[in-house]
Design a protein around this ligand. Structure first.
Ligand code: PXG
Length: 291
């Protein structure tokens, strides 16, 4: 494990942030979760660009340019000596007064944690997940836009609590119109009669980097892809369903709200995309410098 805070490197025990940081006091900040495969940072630029976009949206000025931050992130991975890793990149509003005004805060804190990642159990990739729809609605884009990957994850955590208490791994969240948006920490896809579908960004979802890559991979295989309005009915009648995310990669779904999806086994389109995605993670990425 290796931890970076504003240009300095620390062990876990010594990595500390002020209790007056608005990241802690108000969840005021942004983050990214990034994977390292085979000593290469996967979708490095895409994650950095989304981080800067999230920051821009909340008027948080990251005190480093994108190139400098990329170099520091690669150096943190190098120091971790991990070939397979998870990077948590966090930018907080910084230390401020007790009061929500972000403009009282000093320098934003840039934190980079490089560690191993706990994945979904391997069985789920072979057998598939069961999901439920939860009562907690996804944030309204007009309130806290889900496109901002902010430190304020309570909306998702409330959904996750419902799922875990119901004995399933993930929660399907609907928007305020009752339409499917995404899961607590993953995007959702369905396949019916060869068409690959996922809720459009305007449904109130995070524009997942894995989601975008899966859309590209599917189109490259000649699969028709549509981003559209989806109801629970569309999920119940799907032939296949799967989730995407940096942590989850592509994970099949075989049950939703007690309804078996397709024949109750991960389907051929899902398995094909899982193979393609896995191959890509081994091949692509920004190399971590050698010592
Ligand atoms: N929706 C939400 C709400 C997320 O938090 C995704 C979709 C998928 O986005 P990406 O860009 O990763 O394809 C996410 C991302 C974790 C963890 O520690 C969660 C995510 C990513 C990495 C790790 O649970 N969620």
């Amino acid at each position: 494990m290796q931890i970076y805070i504003n240009g300095e490197y620390f062990d876990k025990e010594d990595a500390k942030i002020s209790v007056f940081d608005h990241g802690l006091l108000y969840g005021d900040g942004v983050f990214e979760g990034i994977r390292v495969y085979n000593r290469k940072v996967f979708k490095c630029r895409e994650h950095l660009e989304r981080l800067y976009e999230s920051a821009k949206s909340i008027d948080l000025k990251i005190p480093l340019g994108i190139e400098e931050l990329e170099a520091d992130m690669l150096e943190t991975v190098r120091r971790s000596e991990l070939d397979e890793a998870y990077i948590r990149l966090v930018v907080t509003r910084g230390e401020g007064c007790l009061g929500i005004n972000p403009y009282t805060c000093g320098i934003p804190q840039i934190i980079i944690i490089v560690d191993k990642i706990a994945l979904y159990h391997p069985d789920f990739y072979k057998k598939g997940l069961s999901l439920i729809t939860v009562a907690t609605q996804r944030n309204l884009p007009e309130a806290v836009n889900p496109r901002i990957k902010s430190l304020n994850y309570l909306n998702n955590i409330l959904a996750k609590i419902e799922a875990v208490n119901a004995g399933v791994e993930e929660a399907i969240m609907l928007n305020s119109f009752g339409l499917v948006s995404e899961c607590a920490g993953d995007n959702i896809f369905a396949i019916r009669k060869g068409l690959l579908m996922t809720p459009s960004i305007s449904m109130g979802v995070l524009e997942g980097i894995t989601r975008n890559e899966v859309i590209r991979l599917a189109r490259a295989k000649g699969i028709e892809v549509r981003q559209l309005v989806m109801t629970r009915h569309d999920l119940f009648i799907a032939d296949e369903c799967f989730l995407t995310g940096t942590g989850a990669e592509i994970v099949p779904v075989i049950k939703i709200d007690g309804r078996t999806i397709g024949d109750g086994k991960p389907g051929p389109v899902t398995r094909g995309l899982m193979e393609d995605y896995h191959r890509l993670t081994r091949e692509e990425g920004t190399p971590v410098p050698r010592d």
